[in-house]
Design a protein around this ligand. Structure first.
Ligand code: RIB
Ligand code: CA
Length: 310
């Protein structure tokens, strides 16, 4: 079966970085390029981080295009408490060897999607600002997408507020546009990603496997501290790698088609993903919502693929 073309829109970010490496290590997908958005850190930092990760595994050839400097309407709110001042604290990665493409991310997306011989899957693991702008500015190529697989939202409680998960909370207006686009959409939320925890034992296995594994082990070293302090967990949720893994192997997650509405209101409910799991609201079930995960197989895929990346 030929590799499925994928664009990864992200805000590296520790778990975004792991998703980039998993994409490079998975023959089921062909990573066409990486687009970056403000989220975990400023656009400058998330873009530099994406390039630093690609440099580390010898992929300075892979296109990186920078996107939105800030959310559509809300103020930027970076997450140094989770990802550090650099957005990728922990590993000692050199400065990026190059800058991003001269094209804006959404224009680069449009040209790549239009030029692809097979429909492109867009995996989004940051706030959805770039995706919303892409849909607005380039509706034709957007409609040609195979599907959008996004890490974001939650059926249950959030992680930034009790109501909301960070990627949706950061730009709820963008999320509303994406969730109402009619494009085939899969939502990989906290309900499943909080069950995919990378532990110190996983990190130890990776550290012994090669440069990519050592990078992930160093990322884990920093990233796991926040989750131990906040949740008391022995592991760190590899949120974004779970969304990318779904594009690699759809059997890892259970999904249910549900209607999903986004709260773009004031602070208390801002960014809430209202998931009509039981159809009680009668909303059009337009989104595949992840409801279950084989966490052990997901982590095993992650470890074996990244270990093999060398
Ligand atoms: O809530 C988790 C999400 O927010 C992940 O994508 C993480 O990288 C941050 O962007
Ligand atoms: Ca992210």
């Amino acid at each position: 079966m030929s590799a499925a073309p994928v664009i990864l829109d992200c805000d590296p970010g520790h778990d975004d970085a792991i998703a980039i490496l998993l994409a490079l290590a998975s023959p089921e997908i062909e990573l066409l390029g990486v687009t970056t958005v403000c989220g975990n850190q400023t656009l400058e930092k998330t873009t530099a981080n994406a390039i630093r990760v690609l440099d580390h595994v010898g992929r300075a050839d892979l296109p990186v295009a920078a996107g939105a400097l800030r959310p559509l309407m809300r103020e930027s709110a970076v997450a140094p408490d989770v990802h550090g001042e650099s957005g990728l604290d922990g590993p000692d990665l050199p400065a990026p060897t190059r800058g991003p493409s001269g094209e804006h991310a959404i224009d680069w997306m449009a040209s790549v999607v239009a030029g692809s011989s097979a429909p492109v899957t867009l995996v989004a693991t940051g706030p959805l600002t770039n995706v919303a702008l892409f849909l607005a500015r380039h509706p034709e190529p957007a409609r040609a997408l195979e599907r959008i697989v996004l890490m974001g939202g939650a059926i249950g409680e959030g992680n930034v507020t009790p109501a909301a998960e960070f990627n949706i909370w950061a730009d709820p207006e963008a999320a509303r546009r994406v969730f109402s686009s009619g494009i085939d959409l899969t939502m990989v939320g906290l309900d499943v990603t909080h069950r995919a925890l990378m532990t110190a034992a996983h990190a130890k296995r990776l550290a012994a496997s090669g440069a990519a594994g050592r990078l992930v082990a160093d990322l884990h070293g920093f990233y796991s501290r926040f989750h131990r302090a906040r949740y008391g967990w022995d592991g760190a949720p590899v949120h974004d790698a779970v969304a990318l893994a779904h594009a690699v192997d759809a059997t890892l997650l259970e999904t249910k088609r549900c209607g999903v509405r986004i709260d773009t209101g004031p602070e208390l409910s801002r960014g809430r993903t209202y998931v009509d799991v039981w159809g009680s609201a009668g909303w059009r079930p337009s989104c595949h919502v992840a409801t279950g995960i084989d966490a052990e197989r997901t982590l095993e895929l992650l470890l074996t693929r990244i270990s093999a990346l060398g």
